[in-house]
Design a protein around this ligand. Sequence first.
Ligand code: NAD
Ligand code: TYD
Length: 355
Amino acid sequence: MKYSRNILVTGGAGFIGSHVVRLLVQKYPQYRIVNLDLLTYAGNLANLADVESRPNYAFERADICDAPRIEEIMRRYEIDGVIHLAAESHVDRSIKDPFVFAQTNIMGTLTLLQVARTVWEPQGYEGKLFYHISTDEVYGSLEADDAQFTESTPYAPHSPYSASKASSDHLVRAYHDTYGLPTIISNCSNNYGPYQFPEKLIPLFINNIRNRKPLPVYGKGENVRDWLFVEDHARAIDLIFHSGRVAETYNIGGCNEWRNIDLVKALIKVVDRQLGRPEGSSLDLVTYVTDRAGHDLRYAIDSSKLQRELGWSPSLQFEQGLERTVEWYLNNQEWLDSVTSGEYQRYYEEMYSDR
Ligand code: NAD
Ligand code: TYD
């Protein structure tokens, strides 16, 4: 079959990537979607069990730092669009081991950019696009009464994770400005939803509430995050990939700011109710622990450009999104057990032994 587009999605076996792959595979049978993923601890092909047998889906296990391998894959599938999500994504891990973040997020992105340029430049850039998925964390931290981040907020990353993502964003812009590679970047706020690895706040806490384990709230729980349901992010990515303007940046956010401690209390309510426990019975699990080093106080993102130019807006109220997310985790115990065995246990024992 001749496909009208051949799109390489990197990191497609991860949390957001799997939602993007599912959306594209189902919505565009005329496209071939190639999922390129190294399957690190965060990548899981079970996330895509419902679409893996579709004829327009292909999987390649590869490292984005492996230039010859990426080049071979891009040529074999005649890739004309890249949606780049592969990354090390967890701030706490970046504090423990910054080097792997620099390697994957900076060198991996640079490698992909260079390979895309090598393959596409001689063909001409018409009809090609390198779309880089980034985070609002590159903008740094807001005070309680600061205005939201816009696309022109200067970069001021604080964690090794956000510094590595900021570097990769700069490289993407440099490849556009220097070599003419057609690029787009989007910077999104905190995502939540099914298939998120239970190291991030929401799935970790759902799992711990279910198992009557402590809920480690960093510092006083006063940090603020802007939460977006992952399927709304995937819809935004689809829209920007098809209709975004080259060389532009788009902010994506939920307009949904929560202090961590308020979010944790709301989550406890939903989990207790869905488990049939008396209201508030898991509140005793809340445990205040030593704050994260360099913990950004507040993220909040202004996504009016995306709303104005491309007509996107979040579709789900946070309450609905939380209900759906809790329901999914409670109904998918097998998935949780499979990702929380072995290496994960060791990591968490180590992570919390010094808190
Ligand atoms: P994730 O950790 O769940 O998934 C990352 C995926 O990348 C995994 O499947 C992993 O196997 C793969 N990967 C890692 N290193 C690789 C390598 N060297 N080569 C190939 N594949 C590799 O991450 P996520 O939360 O889905 O985030 C995806 C992207 O979105 C990241 O770029 C992240 O910075 C960005 N982002 C995430 C959020 C969020 O709230 N999770 C918000 C904004 C932006
Ligand atoms: P996280 O899900 O790691 O996302 P990010 O650091 O990228 O925003 O954390 C969300 C917020 O929750 C952040 O302020 C840190 C806090 N947090 C806790 O208080 N306890 C935890 O165990 C975790 C993982 C996060």
